[in-house]
Design a binder for this molecule. Structure first.
Ligand code: UT7
Length: 331
């Protein structure tokens, strides 16, 4: 098996920054600053403007270009592009194909991966397997969302927690350097499907005047139920991963968790006895960008000097499906 390493990162957030007051002052929703901050941790989020090229693929391209620049390689050296997203530019073709073309990654295959908030961890596992077995040498793994395209701005329980953005990471076969991608644990439970979903727009309920009138193309969630599952599953899957390597939480230098809600992150920290200063948090500035939270937060943590040589870094996530998973990286 070859060694797979995460060698560079990049991110892009739309230029429009939206404060919490947008929901109560501009939209007139029955909510307030105190509730949003204390119940979610979110202070601002970014909203994409498609007219300014801030589509899901457009944000992917900008994040990937930054990543390639930092890696010092050209797009035509990529063997593959994976985009984890639940908000593709179109249903067909994949967003990854638009990204491949716009980057000029002429030799690369490209596909999208759908695992909601777990999409990036799943995609990283996919790329890692391909790199380790020699099927690919360099894969661009991106998590990107235009959540505003599927938010119901009349649903105060849902629209306040999400944002748009993209994070890109390069996975390469490298004998030394980068963050070594050590291992993964991944799970799913379709029994949770009804608790977090978009009812229409697929083959079961294709778009029709009725589905639009019934607001069936927006994200629906039972926030409280999802919250409880998220805390339990994220904590469990971190322990499972660490135990597989004879490690405990005290061996972890930094956790980069999915940024759904600060209270989920804090509850996991308490359960695992990992102090908050060893957990990367960006939810207050970027909110929940679904598949983009982990690669953007990882990029931010690297930029902030939060990852040092020898560090054990754990990625952990939970999302619709349900899906959940963790990854162990070694700096
Ligand atoms: O990325 C993975 C996908 N999603 C998640 O991980 C989401 C996980 N869930 C959450 O983050 C939280 O459950 C929410 C932020 C969605 C909601 O927070 P909560 O503390 O679980 O609130 P709740 O749903 O239990 O509602 C508590 C109260 C309710 O009022 P009553 O019934 O107690 O009178 C809600 O109607 O808060 C009310 N409420 C609000 N009040 C002001 C719900 N949303 C709002 C709001 N502003 N925006």
């Amino acid at each position: 098996m070859l060694r797979a390493a995460l060698t560079a990162t990049g991110r892009y957030f739309p230029t429009r920054v939206v404060p919490n007051s947008y929901f109560y002052d501009d939209l007139g929703l029955e909510t307030n600053e105190e509730w949003i901050r204390s119940r979610t941790g979110v202070i601002t989020r970014h909203f994409a403007d498609a007219a300014a090229g801030e589509t899901t693929s457009g944000m992917c391209v900008r994040a990937a270009q930054q990543c390639l620049e930092r890696a010092g390689i050209d797009a035509d050296q990529l063997d593959g592009v994976i985009v984890a997203t639940i908000t593709p530019d179109q249903a067909l073709p994949s967003t990854a194909c638009f990204v491949q073309e716009a980057l000029g990654a002429k030799g690369a295959w490209a596909f999208d991966l759908v695992a909601a908030c777990s999409g990036y961890v799943y995609a990283l596992a996919q790329a890692t397997s391909m790199v380790r077995t020699g099927l690919a040498k360099r894969v661009m793994v991106i998590g990107a969302e235009t959540m505003t395209s599927i938010l119901d701005f009349e649903d105060r329980n849902t629209c306040i927690i999400f944002g748009d953005g993209a994070g890109a990471t390069l996975v390469e076969a490298k004998e030394t350097g980068g963050l070594e991608i050590v291992d993964f644990r991944m799970h799913s439970a379709g029994s949770g499907a009804d608790l977090l979903m978009i009812p229409a727009g697929g083959a079961t309920h294709p778009a029709s005047a009725e589905t639009i009138d019934a607001r069936m193309h927006y994200v629906k969630q039972d926030g409280r139920a999802v919250f409880k599952h998220a805390v339990t599953r994220i904590s469990q899957v971190i322990v499972e991963l660490l135990e597989g390597h004879g490690m405990t939480a005290s061996d972890v230098d930094l956790v980069v968790p999915h940024q759904a809600n600060i209270r989920i992150i804090e509850a996991c920290g308490r359960r695992l006895k990992i102090p908050m200063d060893q957990i990367a948090v960006t939810v207050h500035q970027w909110a929940n960008t679904t598949a983009a939270t982990i690669p953007t937060t990882l990029d931010w943590a690297l930029e902030e000097g939060r990852i040092n040589p020898g560090d054990n870094v754990v990625l952990a996530t939970f999302g619709a499906g349900f899906t959940w998973g963790s990854a162990l990286l070694k700096a």
